[in-house]
Design a protein around this ligand. Sequence first.
Ligand code: AMP
Length: 380
Amino acid sequence: MSFVSLGLSEPLLKAVAEQKYTNPYPIQEEAIPAILKGHDLLGIAKTGSGKTAGFVLPILERLQRRKTADNGRVSVLVLVPTRELAVQVAEVFQALGAYLPRKVKTLAVFGGVSINPQMIALRGVEIVVATPGRLLDLVASNALSLFNLDVLVLDEADKMLELGFADEMNQIFEMVPKKRQTLLFSATLKDSIQDIREHLLHNPIKIEIADELQNLDLIKQVAYRIDPERKGPLLRYLIREKKMRQVLVFVSSTRTADNLVVKLRKNGIQVEAIHGDKSQGARTETLRKFKAGTLPVMVATDLISRGIDIERLPYVVNYELPRSPKDYVHRIGRTGRAEAEGEAISLITPDDEHHFRIIQKKMRKRVELIETEDWSLSGY
Ligand code: AMP
């Protein structure tokens, strides 16, 4: 199937081609025609499935088809759990809308930065991508109204609930017009999502995309058995030996992240950390450089293991294992995306071995454990 047959117009097809999307992903094949027809949608899919373009393209198409251009009112609201995802989704709207004859203004709004510039920037915006708390603040300040909303998108709804946004979400649901199109995306269909679905969706089309677990075959997984005090040298050795030019290193705490950055820098490795204690500006800038390929090593806590899409990341390292097997899968899912191969490396101390066996059992995959006892890591 091609994008042409999905009913998208020329300017969008041009942007799709420019993004080098040759064929639609399964979720796009189903979601695009359904959204174009005005249906509500329940999409059970994770990041990596192509869900973003799956809702962005038909939303842009419908906005264009409108007879009267109604600039200056918010007609599309996308709610997302994190600031990073807000920026990312807004970028997809901008990239895919680049050639539209009638320009559609999109803005990402999120907390952790001052509100005034966002209030000013909201003028003339038709598509708002927002985290729930900041959106409510902006509504309370009369910087935007949801009165004229046509489309409400909940992206990673399960994650929003997990992060404790339920109250804010309910308040927002009360404010939006009854007559609207609602698109709900979630990685899982647990009870809380069922509740939202019953409450918000009207005869939705349901699309379920296979779990990320099934895409694990694209990822080469290796593990090294290593004593805790030799982890740092081993990581530096691997970065050099494998000539890693883009590697995302996961740790379990902010402190380890900062310590690791200091040690890597001492060894001449260009690296930045991204975690909850960094300012929003620093986080955005680090992620931007890492994505652009100008920052070779980024150390991160699980804050960004979900949802953030970094195209064709060649290497992910678990410097420390996450507690839950699910998080392990999310972390290594940052590599081997969009049909590109990647390598996920885990550093396993004797204390981790039992836990690592549980992870392997849960994901139904065995990972080769390489001995490093005899490796001389001196000089690293
Ligand atoms: P998402 O699940 O929306 O975060 O998208 C995952 C990745 O797939 C992003 O890097 C997109 O740019 C990419 N992508 C989305 N649709 C396609 C497509 N049809 N062909 C190739 N890549 C795509």
